[in-house]
Design a protein around this ligand. Structure first.
Ligand code: DHE
Length: 520
């Protein structure tokens, strides 16, 4: 990739420039930043060949760790150490600067996004996979430890490829509907397209400056990118990563809003946006015949037909903020909650067809709805969601929207996962002293049947299944971590694959067939 090539050149150049200018000591954080960091991370801290250094993207790395990276570099990346030129005080002062929000953002619209496109000149498309595995049982593993993705054969668990990604990937990568192309997004707004058949990166583009997640259209033509900075949704052509539309987001009263997340709604051929700063959700249609419900009036007043307007917008006003969603399997109902909500503020159910709230949800402790899972129980569909505060997993009856059970867990969790062919749901305990535990819960009795402790003292989280649900893949979420493969029936460990801080895992079949057990 040209980006990493440029990156290493620039990093070496930056180091050389600093070396030539001699030891600079502590000149003040702004001067030190420009001297040592700007050539890779941008004069404005919004990134260049290196990632953006702004609080929004650095929040995961605590102050002392950041100073350590500045002084000693980051192993297995292009980031060199600067201890020769900076003392601890100088590094600490730069950290303080990096943790200060940027007041004025540079323009980042269609022109800038298109100009950032970086297509791989060495990419050669292939007619068929260059490997021998079942294309529907490929699973990708995001390794956040050194910013790579591993491509696994879901039958043999052989690693077919391991390729570099942009810095700090977040949210689920998305497959196109054939399962051939993978799209990955970093918190810096970079979107990478990877061809699984050819095991090659096709290219990348910076669709936002600080982004949240991506969603694929059901026809595979469009990729929507939700961003905090700027407040916008970018719609890219999946073919060549060019911009199809930049939709700035302002609530009905003109308040600008960050886009917390975007999801696809296949039956309606639309994307639905969770908004952080206004009590609205937006639906943006990409299909030829969008349903005729309550579109924003801007396109109607222009006197144009549906089909003349690319990506018409429908804005739904809500009684409360909703920035975390879960869709039922029909995609008619949205279960939503606000992440900023205090404990016990609950959530709402919105009927997307009529655009109204139809029920309240009784949910304690900051639910993480986008990580929920559904299944059939006693003739009705139920949904389980973890909570990021309070140690329970809530189970909700999706016909009455009532909470039917609070399953006591050993602490707050992040992800709950299952598969149609499994009788269990798996719930991690991501936060607190018991973060090395993983609960396995019976889908019918709603009782914990086993609590696994795969690596004592290490964070264990996020589960994905193989295509047939026979094996469950669990992350040991540490830099010297692993993906552990369990027999999903006997709950015995089958194999352990060493990985660098593996986070999410994503199976082609489970994703493109919208398995009820996993996120879409
Ligand atoms: Fe995530 C998915 C939001 C913090 C790892 N996370 C999602 C999604 C949303 C979201 C909206 C679903 C989108 C999708 O996959 O398309 N996450 C948020 C937050 O608001 C929150 C709490 C704070 C933030 O600053 O973003 C947050 N998330 C984290 C983390 O700290 C995690 C654990 C580590 C990290 O990488 O930052 C994390 N989030 C993940 C992962 C998924 C995810 C691995 C995809 C799960 C899946 O199976 O689909």
């Amino acid at each position: 990739m040209t980006r990493s090539t440029n990156f290493s050149k620039i990093a070496r150049l930056a180091t050389a420039v600093v070396a030539l200018s001699g030891s600079l000591g502590f000149a003040g954080p702004n001067e030190d930043y420009q001297e040592h960091c700007a050539s890779c991370h941008g004069e404005d801290r919004l990134g260049g060949s290196g990632p953006a250094l702004i609080p929004e993207t650095l929040r995961k790395i605590r102050g002392p760790n950041l100073a350590e990276v500045i002084l000693n570099g980051r192993v297995a990346t292009q980031m060199p150490g600067f201890s020769e030129y900076l003392d601890q005080g100088g590094a600490d002062a730069i950290v303080e600067l990096l943790q200060t929000p940027i007041e004025v953002l540079p323009p980042w619209g269609e022109e800038e996004i298109n100009a950032s496109r970086d297509m791989n000149p060495d990419y050669i498309p292939v007619d068929a996979p260059v490997w021998d595995a079942d294309p529907m049982n490929i699973t990708v593993v995001v390794e956040t430890g050194d910013h790579h993705v591993s491509v696994l054969d879901g039958d043999t668990f052989e690693v077919l490829d391991r390729f570099p990604t942009p810095f700090a990937v977040h949210g689920g990568p998305k497959y196109d509907p054939t399962g051939r192309y993978l799209f990955i997004m970093s918190r810096d707004g970079w979107v990478q397209k990877y061809d699984i058949y050819a095991l090659q990166t096709v290219g990348q583009v910076r669709a936002g400056l600080n982004s949240r997640n991506i969603a694929m259209s059901s026809d595979g033509k469009w990729l929507a990118v939700a961003s905090y900075l700027p407040n916008m949704l970018t719609i890219l052509s999946t073919e060549d990563l060019t911009v199809a539309k930049v939709q700035m987001v302002k609530g009905k009263d003109g308040t600008p809003s960050r886009v917390a997340a975007v999801y696809q709604v296949p039956p309606r051929e639309s994307f639905v946006l969770a908004l952080k700063d206004v009590p609205e959700i937006w639906e943006i249609f990409y299909g030829k015949n969008p349903p005729q419900f309550g579109f924003a009036h801007d396109w109607r007043t222009e006197g144009l037909a549906h089909t003349d307007i690319p990506f018409p917008v429908r804005k739904i006003t809500l009684p409360d903020y909703l920035d975390d969603f879960f869709f039922d399997q029909t995609y008619e109902y949205i279960m939503g909650a606000s992440r900023d909500g205090a404990e016990g503020t609950g959530g709402q159910v919105i009927d997307l067809v009529i655009g109204h709230k139809i029920a309240d949800l009784d949910l304690p402790g900051m639910p993480h709805l986008s990580s929920g899972t559904t299944w059939e129980r006693n003739g009705t569909t139920v949904m389980a969601t973890p909570h990021m505060r309070g140690g329970v997993v809530s189970v909700i009856d999706m016909s009455t929207w009532e909470t039917i059970k609070l399953i006591e867990a050993k602490g707050p969790g992040f992800f709950v996962r299952s598969h149609e062919n499994s009788k269990y749901i798996w719930a991690d305990v991501f936060f607190g002293p018991n973060r090395d535990l993983m609960h396995v819960i019976d889908k019918q009795s709603l009782e914990i049947v086993k609590t696994l402790q795969p690596a004592v003292g290490k964070t264990v989280a996020h589960v994905e299944f193989t295509k047939d649900g026979r094996y469950a893949l669990v992350s040991v979420w540490e830099d010297d971590g692993a993906v552990i493969i369990y027999d999903a029936e006997t709950l015995e460990e089958v194999r352990r694959l060493p990985m660098r801080k593996p986070s999410g895992k994503y199976n082609v079949w489970n994703k493109i067939t919208f398995s009820e057990g996993t996120s879409h």
